[in-house]
Design a protein around this ligand. Structure first.
Ligand code: ARG
Length: 569
């Protein structure tokens, strides 16, 4: 498609002493369409030209020469030069692209670049709770979007499958296996065993020592212990998989913490060589005070065991070598901000190429809050994610039952709507914000929700179904799409690829979520103001085509976020 920004930069560059490339960066898209489709702020020129911005804008306007096939008109508002693009050209460009490109917005800008995304990463034998949901959903959306832009993406599920707690669970299992049904309600039962044996360890030093020995055996690869540990892992994964199936999540690697058990020595050796690994109260640490991080990074505890941090450092080495990443993203809540600050700082001591250090990024997100406060594991107020997803599907089912009881495939639709609502809710706002979880809001078909977007898609589908055809793109008369409502829709469609790029610049899927809301609203106004099915065939075809285009982009965009689109609802 033609780049209107570039065209505008080109004409301005003839009048000022700034390169086209630089000018493109200045050009803004005004929030209100009364201020044009693009705006050039003259403030930055004021100093150099020693003139007030409005005077500069007027000067530019007087001298500017533009091609009327591309730009309709130019106006001055305050210190801005506002551009109105040629509406017919806009329509023509969008329609041509929609018609010829099955995967609208797809690009190859990421070709040759490797992205690693570490997301979801729940802990074995512990509940997969709503806190992991955000990681799974945000990471999943980023995964899809990077891929769509041509990046080579590796999704890693860095499972929490290492540590003394497994040695404890093994001990508990050895003692009380027949009292727990770990085959069926695996994680719950394993958690119960863990709580019980942990209490026993607190009371009885002897048991604790046995557990420590168990851990040693596990680390040394004793087959009985490894087998049990594998069993717990498999059972947990089976439960996690049920959640992933509901959400549609996929990973390329399940290399969790235990994968690095034989790769940590290298980290310790490398850090030792730098002379920065120091002893403190029996532990081995890296002091980061001079880097502005007041808490040191513990590499080896006083009892000789390694830490979560050591394993993450081994993972940095491994990922750099295995994936040769350009970016390596870690999607977790902001509660782990300190941990990643430490890791990224200590990683500088591992002798890696600068590129790999620069590529490390913590993609942090806010907490999920219930109306009653924080959900936490310790206080037992956690909601199991699987239950939550099922609850959402059930609620969606109830709404369908009430509003459209004769709908076909009700179960499938309820699943798409229920899951879509949860996914969208997680992505609707800037990720660092805490999120309030409230059923009434997330399932509201009229609100800024997943179901609203799905509903918009269904509307586009039902229009097309009514007429039973999609008009030919070449036959569309673009003059029919020059009204304000059509133009707003077209502008959004035109901007889709740019939106996807912005998501990757900021690793912020909410940019796409907001876009889909804007597009849905713009379509809704178009639909309410313009009769789509009319006597005038030319008008009808143009509007039908726009409807078809909106449906297509909503479907692509929604699916990139991880939502599925029902055909009817
Ligand atoms: N298992 C951790 C948790 O549940 C998240 C792991 C994130 N990834 C990492 N490489 N540290 O909090």
């Amino acid at each position: 498609m033609i780049s209107f920004k570039n065209e505008i930069a080109k004409v301005i560059s003839k009048l000022v002493n700034i390169s086209e490339q630089e000018l493109v960066k200045y050009i803004e898209i005004p929030k209100e369409s009364v201020n044009g489709d693009y705006a050039f702020p003259c403030f930055r020129l004021a100093k150099e030209l020693k003139k007030a911005p409005p005077a500069i804008a007027n000067d530019l306007k007087r001298n500017i020469k533009f091609d009327e096939n591309i730009i309709d008109k130019v106006e001055v508002v305050g210190g801005y030069l506002n551009f109105y693009i040629n509406k017919e050209l806009l329509a023509e460009e969008v329609i041509k692209e929609i018609a010829t490109n099955e995967e609208y917005g797809k690009s190859s800008i990421g070709n040759g670049k490797n992205i690693v995304i570490d997301y979801s990463s729940p802990n074995i034998a512990k509940p997969f709770h709503i806190g992991h949901l955000r990681s799974t959903v945000i990471g999943g959306a980023l995964y899809n979007i990077y891929k769509y832009l041509g990046y080579n993406v590796t999704g890693v599920n860095h499972l929490g499958d290492y540590g003394t707690q497994f040695a404890k669970i093994i001990e508990g299992y050895k003692r009380w296996a027949d009292e727990y049904d770990i085959e069926n309600d695996s994680i719950n039962e394993l958690t119960k065993i863990y709580v019980r044996i942990n209490n026993l360890c607190k009371e009885d030093e002897e048991v604790l020592n046995i557990c420590r020995e168990n851990f040693k055996k596990l680390e040394d690869g004793d087959s009985y212990y490894v087998e049990l540990w594998n069993k717990f892992k498999d059972l947990s994964l089976k439960e996690f998989q049920r959640v992933y199936d509901l959400l549609g999540s996929k990973f390329d690697s399940y290399n969790g913490e235990s994968f690095y058990s034989d790769k940590m020595q290298e980290v310790i050796d490398k850090l030792t060589d730098t002379g920065k690994l120091i002893e403190s109260e029996g532990a081995k640490i890296i002091d980061l005070e001079d880097k502005g991080i007041s808490t040191p990074c513990i590499i080896e505890k006083s009892n000789g065991s390694t830490t979560y941090a050591t394993r993450d450092l081994a993972a940095v080495l491994y990922r750099a070598r295995t994936y040769d990443y350009d970016k390596s993203l870690y999607v977790t809540s902001y509660e782990q901000a300190l941990h990643f600050k430490q890791i990224f700082e200590v990683a500088k001591l591992l002798g890696l190429d600068e590129k790999y250090i620069k590529g490390l990024e913590h993609i942090q997100f806010g907490m999920v809050l219930l109306k009653t406060g924080k959900m936490s594991t310790r206080e037992g107020t956690t909601i199991k994610l699987e239950d939550l997803l099922k609850e959402s599907i059930k609620r969606a089912q109830n709404i369908i039952e009430e509003k459209n009881p004769n709908l076909e495939n009700k179960e499938d639709v309820a699943k798409k709507v229920g899951i879509g609502a949860i996914i969208f809710n997680d992505l609707a706002n800037s990720r660092v914000k805490d999120e309030i979880f409230d059923w009434d809001t997330i399932l509201n078909f009229q609100g800024e929700t997943g179901p609203y977007i799905q509903y918009t898609y269904v509307r586009t589908e039902s229009v097309l179904e009514k007429v039973q055809y999609i008009p030919k793109a070449e036959e569309i008369d673009t003059k029919e799409l020059t009204d304000e409502f059509s133009k707003n829709v077209l502008k959004l469609l035109y901007n889709f690829d740019n939106i996807l790029e912005q998501v990757t610049y900021k690793n912020e899927p909410s940019i796409l979520s907001r876009y889909l809301i804007d597009l849905s609203k713009a379509f809704s106004s178009f639909y309410n103001e313009n009769k789509i099915i009319t006597e005038n065939e030319k008008t009808q075809n143009a509007r039908l085509y726009l409807t078809y285009a909106v449906g297509k982009v909503i479907k692509i965009g929604g699916e990139l976020l991880g939502m599925k689109m029902p055909e009817k609802m």
